[in-house]
Design a protein around this ligand. Structure first.
Ligand code: HEM
Length: 151
């Protein structure tokens, strides 16, 4: 086996650390939207718009780094090619298939939530769009994190 390259190690570290930031801000955006929704608040450009946009940007950055990682990591495309879909155990399948696939879907949902919220005028509907779509995205992401190798 070849030594893992420097580029791979660098991208893996970035993906690993950025995950904390992206998940924390995504969680804040979901919590903020749920609070705004249940307490009938106004959707404020300074606070609510910014936190939702910040979460969107960080998640997209993480997606981009993840896509690069998929191609440079021995546990990404490489694993699928060398072991074949049927030859992977559940841990290998989580890294190479489930985590990337589910996270791309999560990012699509988050992006839909963002575009939908902009179409509405009422704060309530804006909060609802963010709460539901970002919330679903967060649940999907959390369901396929390789927890045991992350910590
Ligand atoms: C957007 C939300 C995402 C989050 C929060 C996330 C988080 C993580 C975390 C915490 C790890 C473990 C890192 C470690 O071992 O230190 C990981 C590994 C990995 N991620 Fe993601 N990820 C996301 C999206 C993606 C996407 C979209 C892809 C690919 C298309 C991807 C590809 C990978 C791969 C291939 C690994 C395994 C790398 C290795 O161990 O060599 N990730 N991710």
């Amino acid at each position: 086996m070849e030594e893992p390259g420097l580029a791979y190690q660098w991208v893996l570290q970035l993906h690993s650390y950025l995950a904390y930031v992206a998940l924390a801000v995504l969680f804040l955006a979901v919590a903020n939207a749920i609070i705004g929704l249940v307490s009938n608040k106004m959707f404020l450009p300074q606070k609510d718009f910014r936190i939702s946009l910040f979460a969107l940007i960080l998640c997209h950055l993480q997606l981009l780094v993840g896509l690069i990682l998929f191609f440079v990591s021995p546990s990404g495309l490489n694993a699928i090619q060398s072991l074949g879909m049927g030859g992977m155990n559940s841990a290998a399948r989580l890294l190479a298939v489930e985590h990337p696939f589910i996270n791309i879907i999560a990012l699509v949902l988050i992006t839909i939530g963002w575009s939908r919220h902009k179409k509405f005028m009422e704060g309530n509907k804006k909060f609802k769009s963010i709460a539901i779509f970002y919330g679903l995205g967060l649940v999907l992401i959390l369901s396929r994190i390789p927890w045991s190798q992350w910590f």
